[in-house]
Every structure is written in C-alpha cells, then in structure tokens.
Design a protein around this ligand. Structure first.
Ligand SMILES: Cc1ncc(COP(=O)(O)O)c(C=O)c1O
Length: 449
C-alpha cells in the first residue's frame, strides 16, 4: 500500500525541498487525500522515489510532526495523525492545568487585581461620543495614537491597536511565519509563543540568555541559519526576569544588520517593568515590530496592546483584520486613554510597579541567602532552578502552593530543572515564609533517588 501512497505523493510534490515536501503532504492530509491513521512511506522509500536525500524527507517529517499532522510510532512507521483541533496549545495547557486548587496559586503569571488602576472611574468618565463609533472611523482612536507615538521607543512608520500582546503575536506570526520557516526565540520563553510557532510549523531556534539578554555569539549563530523572525522580550522577560541592557541591544541590532530577519518585541509588562525601555527599533526601525501590552499595568481583561513599527507588516495585520473583527473596540481604547491621562491611574501603576519590585526583591533575598539560583531582577516572574521539577512542585503543592513547571518554557532538552513562580500576588505578610518554602522545594530530591 505504501508504494502507491509514495507514487501519489511524488505526483503531488513539485517543490522537492523539505519545506515543499512538508507543504504537499500537509495539503494531502487537510484535503483528506491521506486519511487519518494511514501509514506514510518510509523516509528512504520517499527519498528514493523523489530523488532527494533521506535527510530532506526526514526534515519534512519533523516539520509535519511538529504541527501535529503526522505522528511517529517507532518501528511501525509514521502515520497521519488524528487532528487535535486547531492550535492544541500543549505547553500552555501544562502551565495552566495544574494538579488542582491552591491556597496560594503562584503559577498564573498575572498581576495583583488589588493593584490595578480603578477601571470603574475611567468607564464612568466615557462621553457618549465614544459609544457611537461608526464602521468608517479610524481603527485607532486618533488621540490614543498620538499618546502611543509620544511614548514609543522609536518613530513607528505605522501603528495599530489589537486585543492584547498574545493577539499581536498571533496576528504578526500569521503574516510572517510559514511552514518550515526558522524562527529565533529566547531560551527559555513564554509557552504560548512556542505553541503558536509549533502550530504554524516553524522550526524554533532557542538562544540562551545571560544577565544582559540573549547571548551575542549564540544569537549570531542562530542568524546564520537565516530565520525569518526573532521573537523577543527585551524587559521583564517571562520567565527569567531579565531586562536586556542598552549595550546588549546595540550588539544584537548590529548582528542583525547583515540579515533580513524581522524583529518582534513583546513588551508584555509595559509600565510595571522597572527596567528602561529598550528597542532594536532604535537601530532597525524599518524591521522592528514593537508590541506594548496594557494587561499587566491596566488589567488583563482590557485586552489591549499596540503594535508599532515596520509599516508593511503592521498594514498587513490591519488589512487582514478588516476581513474579521475590523478593529479593537474604541470604547476600550477610550477607557485606556482616560486612564493614561488620569493622574490617579498613573500613580496607581507606579505604585504597583514598586510593590512588585519589593515583593520580588524580598523573595529573591531569601533564595540567594539559601544558595538557590534565580535570574533577573525585573517583572513579576521568577525562574528558579530546582533539583527536580516534579519533586519541587509536589513539595509546594503539599503546602497549598501552586507554581508553573519549567519544562513548557524550554525549547528542546535542558540539563537543569526549573519552576516559574509569579510573585505578584504573594501577600506581603507571607513573603518570607513563602520564599523559605520555595527554597526548600528547590532542593527537594525526587523520592525515588
Ligand atoms: C511574554 C508574554 N507575552 C504575552 C503575554 C500575554 O499578554 P496579553 O494579556 O497582553 O495578551 C504574556 C502574559 O503573561 C506574557 O508573559
């Protein structure tokens, strides 16, 4: 049977690169020409039939496995997979679907609701005009655009507003990342971004970080593999808490000069970050897309973020959106604009930033004293090295504390285990005790050892 499948595939493949083969097989799977459960030809068989090297077919199979189109079953071969539903955010699910309810859940990555500015006041101040926007009005409230441009880290050729940073990453990735493309990310990084890139069939290259940002040599090596895009978080990096220094940003921009790679910066923490806002857009404005979210500073349920920079991509995102929702509610945009201009809301955000910094500082002080490795000094998340991920999570769960496993944040294998801990909502009275329990958990050996 596999012989005829091979023949049919050969007839449908005109581009014999790994990417072309993967795309043709993917088309056959989605059209139903290849049925769920059907065995695919072996790598050697198809390579011979196509007159390409087995490595090329094997690369295509890996790409297809990454998007869930096929699955390897060891010696039995490679089979067309059962569709898992669009997206199937496997890493993200592992972070959000913990073992249960905790007295203190530090796995969430979310801000402290008590520290958000008063939304009710801002909503109350909305004028009636905000409520009668027409389909023909500009997608971004002109006054909000002026405000955003005045605080943007470089002069953006185009700017638009979308429904949060993750929506921005999703829309940008759909425009620039295609099946088989290489994409650079920080190692570790935000699990939904990895799920998204997997979903699009990208080959993900993780670049390790030191205390100043992505390591320059590893970054240069990654660029030599000709990625289409770099997705990075230059401050309050989630999960490591590292803020990229201005000097490192300049070096990374220098390395990018000889490549056509697009830069997508996710400033997910916005004004609750303590580090200075750096952007590669300062050096590469025509190739940088800077994303600023207001979720952490003004509230996740506002679902507001702005994208500014490289005009062609911003325009492509806005154009594509005209075939869907069209724009982000201008009512919400007006609420944000009101809060950005309101001294009380500005003070509330500054206060939240100080409180988060102090919570982080106090937990880190205990961890450092106990010899536990923790990186970075910005934002609400801690990336803690532990002897054993599972043992650490179980030890904390027994104390009613939930933390996120480190593994979903990692690209490929890692020699070390980690957990990610969000300090934003630890009550001030419990900081030292919780930090002590985190230190205990970090050094808990698995029971079977
Ligand atoms: C790195 C990173 N990017 C994006 C997001 C999502 O942000 P938003 O709520 O604006 O979609 C988060 C949320 O925690 C994040 O940590």
């Amino acid at each position: 049977m596999s012989r005829s499948v091979a023949d049919e595939l050969v007839a449908s493949i005109d581009d014999r690169s790994a990417r072309g083969i993967a795309a043709a097989v993917n088309r056959a799977v989605t059209s139903g020409a290849l049925a769920v459960g059907q065995r695919l030809p072996t790598v050697r068989e198809l390579a011979r039939a196509l007159g390409v090297s087995p490595t090329t077919v094997s690369e295509a199979w890996q790409t297809l496995a990454a998007v869930g189109a096929v699955e390897g079953r060891g010696r039995l071969g490679t089979f067309v997979a059962q569709p898992t539903g669009p997206g199937a955010p496997t890493r993200y699910r592992r972070v959000t679907e913990g073992p249960g309810h905790f007295a203190l859940d530090l796995s969430t990555g979310t801000p402290d609701p008590a520290l958000l500015p008063d939304l009710g006041l801002a909503v109350g101040r909305l004028g009636e005009r905000s409520l009668t926007s027409s389909y023909l009005d500009p997608a971004v409230l002109p006054a909000l655009e002026t405000e955003l441009r005045s605080t943007w880290p470089f002069d953006p050729a185009a700017l638009t507003v979308v429904d949060g940073a993750m929506d921005a990453l999703d829309r940008i990735a759909q425009q620039v990342v295609h099946l088989g493309d290489r994409v650079v990310v920080e190692q570790p990084t935000f699990p939904p971004l990895l799920d998204l890139l997997d979903h699009l069939g990208a080959e993900i290259i993780g670049v390790p970080m030191d205390g100043q940002g992505m390591e320059p040599d590893a970054f240069a090596a990654a660029l030599r593999r000709q990625p289409v895009a770099v997705f990075c978080q230059l401050r309050a990096h989630n999960p490591t808490g590292i803020t990229t220094t201005a000097g490192r940003a300049r070096r990374l921009a220098g390395a990018l000069r000889d490549h056509g790679t697009l830069v997508i910066e996710d400033d997910h923490s916005g004004d609750i970050a303590t580090g200075a806002l750096v952007s590669l857009g300062r050096w590469l404005p025509e190739r940088t897309l800077h994303v600023r979210s207001y979720s952490k500073s003004h509230g996740p349920d506002l679902r507001l973020a702005a994208i500014g920079g490289a005009a062609a991509t911003v325009q492509a995102v806005a154009n594509r959106r005209m075939l869907g929702a069209g724009w982000t509610s201008r009512i919400l945009q007006a609420v944000l604009l009101t809060m950005l201009a309101d001294p009380a809301a500005v003070t509330a955000v500054a206060h939240a930033r100080d409180v988060y910094a102090e919570r982080r500082r106090r937990v880190c002080a205990v961890l450092h004293r106990r010899g536990v490795a923790v990186t970075g000094d910005d934002g609400i998340n801690l990336w803690i090295r532990v002897d054993d991920e599972r043992a650490a999570m179980l030890t904390l769960a027994a104390q009613g504390i939930g933390v996120a496993p480190g593994e979903p944040f990692l690209v490929g294998e890692s020699a070390d285990d980690f957990v990610r801990v969000t300090v934003a909502q630890i009550p001030d009275t419990q900081l030292d005790d919780v930090a002590g329990l985190l230190a205990d958990a970090a050094t808990t050996a698995p029971t079977w050892r």
